[in-house]
Structure formats: C-alpha cells, structure tokens
Design a protein around this ligand. Structure first.
Ligand code: MSP
Length: 522
C-alpha cells in the first residue's frame, strides 16, 4: 500500500523525433512546479519524465537520416531532450527511456501476464493509421485532404495523409472494461480532471469501446511480443507502461509499493490513452489504477495548436535566452488557466515580464532590501506594535499561503500564483501608503519605520518560500539576500503563511535586480 504522503507525478514521455518546443516545455514545467511544491511540503515526492523511443515515426526518421533507430534516438535524446530539462530548470527524480532494458523486459512480462489472463487474442485488421499520432483513426477523426493532399484522407490533428494498414494483429479486449471504467469515473470523481475532460472521457466510454490492436508486424522497431517474435508491441502500450516500469514494477516491489499509484499530467490530445486504455490495461493485469489524470490545454500560436510539423514551433531556448527560465515557468503557469487552451505571444510575455516580474515582485524585493540597508545598516529591525495595516498584511499572507496550497492540490498552478500574487500587490500598496522614505526623515518615527520594513521583509520571506516551486532561481537569490539561517528548500511550504518567521537582527545582503531589463526580441 502507498503511504498517504506519497506523491508520484509524471509527464508524458516525449517523442524524441520531434524537436522540443514550448508546448512540451509547458507540460514539463507544470509537472515540475507541482512536484517541487509537494517536495517542499515534505511529501514523499517523485517526478518522472522521459522519452518514447519506439514506433514507426522514429524508425522512419532514423532511416531518413541514414542511421539505425537506436543510433538516431541516442543522438536526439542526448543532444535535444536532456538539455531541455536544464534550460527549464527541471528537478526530475528520474528520466526513463523506453529502449532501456529496465523497461523492455518488464513490458514483455506485463503483456505476457494479460495474455495469460485471457485479455489478448489474434485477429485480422484493416484501418487508417496516422504515423504522427501513432494511432489508428476512426472515420470521425479523418478529414478530406486539401491542396497537395486533395483526394486523400488526412489526420484531423496533423493534416497529413493517413495510411491504410492491413495486418494480422493481436488485440486487447478493451471492450470488456466499459462497465469497470464507468464505475471508476463514478466512484473516484476526480480521476479525470478538469470536468470538461472528465465529461469527454465518460461520453466516449459510454458510446462503447472497441478492442485495441496492440501489436504490429510490418516493422520491427519495438519490443517483441513474447509469444510471437514476428510482432512488436504497439508503441502506446509500450509507452504507457513507462509509468510503472520506472518505479520498479516487476523488479523492485518495495519501490513500486512506495510510489505507485501515480498522477499523470498530459495534454488533452492524449487524454483517452491515459484515462481509458491505461487504467483498463492495469485492471486486466490486476494492478491498481492511477490516482488521477489531469489534462491541460494546448498552447496556440496564431490560433493553431503549436507544433513543429505545422512550422509554428518555438524552441524553449528562444524564450529562456532572453527572459530566463524563471520567467518562462512563471509566464506559462500564470497566464494560462491550467486545463484550458492558451495563446502564446511575445507581446504578452514581454508585458507580463515587465509588469509582474520586474515592476511587481522584483521591485518589491529590491526596494525592501535596499531600505533595510540604508536605514538599518542591513539588519532586519524589530517589529513594533502592529497597526491595522500591518495586521492586514499578515492576514493576506496567511490566506494566500492556504489558498495556494489548496490550488496546488487541485492541480491549478495558475490559481496558486494568483493567490500568492495578492501578497506582492498588497505589499507594494503597503509600502506606497506607509512611505518608509518619509518616516526615515523623522526620528520620532524610527520604531514605526522598523515595523514597516519588518513587515515588508517578512512578506518577502513568505514570497520566497511560496514562489520557489515556480521560480527556483530568483527565489534562491532573494533567500540568500534575506540571510535567513537554513536552506530555502528546507522551509515547509505549508507553514509559509505563519507570521514572524524572519528573526529581527538578521543581516540582509545586497540584491541584484531579480528580473533585469531585457532587450526586446526582434
Ligand atoms: N509519446 C507520446 C506520449 C506517450 S505518454 C505514455 C506523445 N508525445 S508528444 O511528444 O507528441 O507529446 C507529448 C505531450 O507534449 C502532449 O501530451 C502535451 O502534453 C505536450 N504538447 C505537445 N504539443 C503541445 C502544445 N502545442 N501545447 C501544449 N502541450 C503540447 O504524445
């Protein structure tokens, strides 16, 4: 059994044949922020990401580049996919690649186990396949081609022609799981979130499930079906199992019991695989289903789902080179309601960077630390008898911390940031109203000046802790400047709203601008 405080969270595993873009980065930073939050709260946290390396798409990409699939995938993962994690400052605990033996061996055992339990049979198959999605398509998901694809049937997502495949396949008896899946969605109402995703999944399952083709015999870049070496396991069955094999399924039962079940965060494009097929596979094997699946929306560029194949792709470094990784993380997690689509634009990113980060949070941090240096020789003053205005700030901090934690529990980083930002706004207003620079001119107001600056600095202490999962770099700098004993990552985030943790007498250091002015990209 898993313990109550275990928090295991996953990103989808990415197709390395695609060039990493800000859409992939969006999922990854959301999962990283959720994991960092839980880690900072003291939960037994594990964050997994990785790459989905088998399948026809990868095989063709390798052939087009004159390499073997393994050579090609090794190159892509090392040169393009590992570096993204550094670019975005991601603190994943593990990275799984589906070509690793720890994965391949366990996948065979899993598939053999559900075969032995009678959930797999052999049959004939003919259907339209999209290599981009690595998925067979129903008529409803097919559009007539236009332009160069006139007269052909194209995939509604990729706008590329579909291929008619006829094969002997092995099938998974997905149709037998309709009732059990509906019962799962009923008894665990937040199994699929948000509600729009849950409703879509329920109506899809209610319409009836077809058995799923789970093997391919026309190419060999995959994991061999254990009882029939002429077939490889369908790439999605192979890929979904990463979530279990990475935490010791079939090898390290202790680790598996400690971590499993997982929360999966996925783009809405791959919701059905996670909320329908994956739990059914686990039910067939007699393994506990995931704790939940959260589907977020798409990043749109110029109104379309951003993707490399449609040439709207933007590399994460295009943003981080100019604005830094904290701004990337903050922007995507605050500007888009998690669960809905959101449009990316450079103008919006620049405007928010300037207003919220540079002028809002950054300026609050610089002026507070600078005034403590100037008026108190860099030593945090005592807090005197609080006025209504001071108590208001204390309440804002307490409420923000509670609301942010509740929002993170609901998988809503955007709402958590909104809650935390009430502290930034309240403190900036408080400083403007209390005019410490005016108080500093009057010796009789010395104690009052101390209280005002204590209040601002203690608010910054709470902000550093609460924002650390979103902006690890800026908050680490701020924490250093505040000079508090103890590491930032050792501060329990669920206690961050308790007032008075910053000891008077602490020496505050200099703070370089957290969000410097940037050269606008052309
Ligand atoms: N390999 C499969 C997933 C297997 S998981 C067992 C796959 N890979 S993918 O690289 O094509 O996409 C993975 C994820 O990237 C999507 O689910 C989504 O989370 C993210 N995104 C890709 N494009 C995106 C946008 N334009 N916007 C937001 N997220 C996007 O599917």
């Amino acid at each position: 059994m898993s313990t109550a405080s275990s928090f295991y969270i996953t990103t989808p595993i990415y197709y390395p044949s695609d060039v990493p873009h800000i859409g992939h980065g969006y999922t990854t930073v959301a999962v990283d922020a959720l994991a960092r939050w839980h880690r900072q709260a003291g939960d037994d946290t594990w964050m997994l990401t990785g790459t989905d390396e088998h399948g026809q798409k990868m095989m063709r990409a390798a052939a087009a580049n004159g390499a073997t699939p393994q050579e090609w995938v090794d190159k892509l993962v090392t040169e393009s996919w590992f570096p993204v994690l550094e670019t975005l400052d991601v603190a994943n605990d593990d990275f799984i690649r589906t070509t690793q033996p720890r994965h391949e061996e366990r996948v065979k055992e899993f598939v053999q186990a559900i075969y032995d339990r009678g959930y797999i049979y052999a049959g004939e198959f003919e259907a339209l396949y999209c290599v981009g999605c690595e998925e067979f398509k129903t008529e409803a998901e097919v559009l007539p081609g236009t332009g160069e694809f006139e007269g052909l049937k194209v995939c509604a997502i990729h706008s590329k022609p579909l291929e008619l495949l006829q094969e002997k396949n092995y099938f998974f008896k997905l149709s037998e799981f309709q009732d059990r899946l509906l019962e799962l969605y009923r008894s665990v109402p937040d199994f699929v979130r948000p509600d729009s995703a849950r409703n879509e999944v329920i109506s899809f399952v209610k319409n009836g499930l077809k058995d799923l083709s789970i093997s391919r015999s026309t190419f060999d870049w995959g994991i061999t079906v254990p009882w029939d070496e002429s077939h490889v396991i369908y790439v999605w069955v192979d890929a979904l199992l990463n979530y279990a094999t990475a935490v010791g399924f079939g090898t390290d039962e202790e680790q598996f019991a400690r971590r499993w079940p997982a929360y999966h965060v996925v783009g809405k494009d791959i919701l059905r695989f996670h909320a329908v097929i994956w739990p059914a596979m686990l039910m067939a094997a007699g393994v506990e289903v995931p704790r939940g699946v959260f589907a977020h929306g798409w990043l749109l560029v110029g109104g379309e789902k951003m993707s490399k194949s449609k040439l709207t792709g933007i590399a994460p470094t295009e943003i981080t080179d100019v604005f830094g990784s904290d701004a990337y993380r903050f922007y995507f997690l605050s500007a888009i309601a998690f669960g809905q689509d959101g449009s990316f634009s450079w103008e919006d990113l620049s405007a928010r960077y300037q207003a919220e980060l540079a002028n809002g949070f950054g300026n609050l941090a610089s002026r507070t630390t600078a005034m403590i240096s100037r008026y108190f020789d860099g030593v945090v003053p005592e807090q005197g008898e609080p006025t209504e205005a001071d108590i208001h700030i204390q309440r804002v901090v307490a409420r923000a911390a509670g609301d942010a934690d509740a929002a993170m529990e609901r998988f809503r980083p955007d709402e958590a940031i909104d809650a935390i930002w009430t502290i930034v706004d309240a403190l900036n207003g408080y400083i403007t109203e209390n005019e410490p620079w005016a108080l500093a001119k009057d010796d009789a107001q010395r104690a009052r000046l101390g209280t005002v600056l204590y209040t601002a600095a203690e608010g910054l202490r709470a902000l550093a802790v609460l924002l650390s999962p979103f902006m690890p770099q800026a908050t680490a700098k701020l924490w250093d400047a505040l000079g508090i004993d103890g590491a930032l990552d050792a501060q329990p985030i669920r206690d961050a709203g308790m007032w008075g943790q910053l000891p008077a007498g602490t020496t505050v250091g200099a703070l370089a601008p957290l969000f410097p002015r940037v050269e606008q990209p052309a």
